[in-house]
Design a protein around this ligand. Structure first.
Ligand code: ZN
Length: 456
């Protein structure tokens, strides 16, 4: 018999279609679903109440949804800190090519733990480095997410354009076309759960136009559609990538994606910084989603994505941490703030984004691009019980006028509790599902081991 958890006396930002908020309200969880919510105290006479939480001084929001990341990079943070994308990739690929299963497992735990303690309830990993003979990396990553209790999409990546084919990765770090497609299909068949309350899903995710053959892009899209799963890749990240696409394919990235079957409502693309008006119109027309990664774009000097224009055109936009070799913080709640501030440096200035829009990017927008807007991303009866209690009555936030403004404009807010699928995974900023100190130790050890192997 499913039990109830009653949360009362909190400010609530539902991020539903009407942006409904309650200055003081309640949320009732029943099993893994949100049963009811609204202003004032919870209804009286509820049966099977396992727990009542007095959330005075808190803001309750939907759990944050991360839409772009590369977990393995957790153990190569702080390297090549003053490079642009292509130089950074060339500097790091020889190290990345040496990863093995224990390294990937530790890095996944580190990445997931960091996000979860900051209010992420749904995460993804775009993993595309599969050196030969290094174990079952996909199962290691999925196992880490399952153990930490985070809802998860594995974007099973691939690369088949090594150095000898004009690509950037060393040849020994890439797969063959057939090898990549076969392994991706097997991962989907083994791990993808299409159900409403799925904790694990899989997407087909060749790395990027400059590390993947046209045939892998084309056949990858066909595979995803045959299996009924989503498609993910990097797109339009830098001016260098745009130039590369023109030289190699005779067209820009968006036209190349269209020509290979990579625009559609089942596709989401990381970055999308260098988009002209017709690129944005193509995304809007096809329903293609965007994972906006403001900190990574700033770190690699990629530019400012046109988020206000994407939103005005009706393009679904979520937020991404991106790999932590290009965003050492690994946190998503600070990306709400960075998305807002960085977009205000673009063409629309102070009208670019407001606090509510930034919160929407990190919640409902993320659910949209992961194809899960029916199930998560807003607080509504019947949706899955993925939500966060942000503490707003401490030194950092207590004197800020409005809780949503405090969450987005203020310092990174402490998480008092975070629930995924009705299960609490964070309490007072600490993970309940894993030992953070142990993860810190193992990630440090694996980072050292990788550095030693790479130094050869
Ligand atoms: Zn990325």
């Amino acid at each position: 018999m499913a039990q109830r958890i009653v949360i009362e006396n909190a400010a609530i930002a539902t991020v539903d279609a009407a942006d409904t908020e309650h200055a003081t309200g309640h949320v009732v969880l029943h099993g893994n679903r949100i049963e009811s919510l609204g202003a004032g105290p919870a209804p009286e006479g509820l049966a099977d109440v396992a727990r009542r939480i007095d959330a005075t001084g808190h803001l309750v929001t939907p759990g944050l949804v991360n839409t772009h990341h590369h977990y393995y990079q957790w153990i190569t943070r702080g390297l090549a800190t003053d490079h642009n994308l292509f130089d950074w990739l060339v500097a790091l690929y020889p190290t990345w090519a040496r990863i093995d299963e224990p390294m990937v497992r530790a890095a996944a735990e580190g990445s997931l733990a960091m996000m979860a303690r900051g209010g992420v309830t749904t995460a993804m990993d775009h993993h595309y480095v599969f050196p030969r003979g290094t174990g079952d990396l996909s199962a290691a990553i999925i196992g880490a997410a399952r153990d930490l209790g985070v809802r998860f999409t594995l974007a099973r990546g691939s690369m088949d354009r090594g150095e000898s084919d004009g690509g950037l990765p060393p040849d020994f770090a890439v797969e063959s076309l057939d090898g990549a497609l076969t392994a991706t299909e097997e991962t989907v068949r083994r791990h993808h759960d299409p159900s409403f309350d799925a904790m694990t899903q899989v997407a087909v995710a060749p790395c990027s136009p400059f590390s993947v053959s046209t045939e892998l892009m084309r056949q990858g899209a066909e595979l995803a559609r045959r299996l009924g799963v989503r498609l993910h890749t990097h797109g339009s990240e830098t001016v260098e990538e745009e130039k590369f696409c023109h030289e190699l394919f005779g067209m820009g990235p968006t036209d190349y994606f269209e020509s290979t079957g990579w625009l559609g409502e089942d596709v989401w693309m990381a970055h999308c910084v260098h988009m002209n008006d017709s690129d944005i119109a193509a995304f809007a027309r096809t329903g293609t989603g965007v994972a906006h990664c403001p900190s990574s774009n700033a770190r690699l000097a990629a530019g400012i994505a046109r988020v206000p224009d994407l939103l005005a055109a009706g393009v679904p936009v979520g937020l991404g941490v991106d790999g932590t070799a290009s965003n050492e913080s690994g946190e998503l709640h600070t990306e709400l703030r960075n998305a807002l501030l960085i977009n205000r440096l673009g063409a629309h200035r102070e009208a670019a984004l407001n606090a509510r829009q930034a919160l929407r990017l990190g919640t409902y927008g993320g659910a949209q691009v992961l194809g899960r807007a029916r199930e998560i991303g807003s607080l509504e009866p019947g949706k899955l019980a993925d939500l966060v209690l942000w503490r707003m009555d401490t030194l950092a936030h207590a004197s800020i006028a409005d809780p949503v403004t405090a969450l987005v404009f203020g310092a990174a807010a402490p998480v008092t509790a975070s629930f995924v699928n009705g299960r609490q995974i964070v309490e007072n900023g600490r993970l309940l599902t894993a030992d953070e100190d142990e993860i810190a130790r193992s990630t440090r050890a694996e980072a050292r081991r990788l550095a030693e192997i790479a130094a050869g």
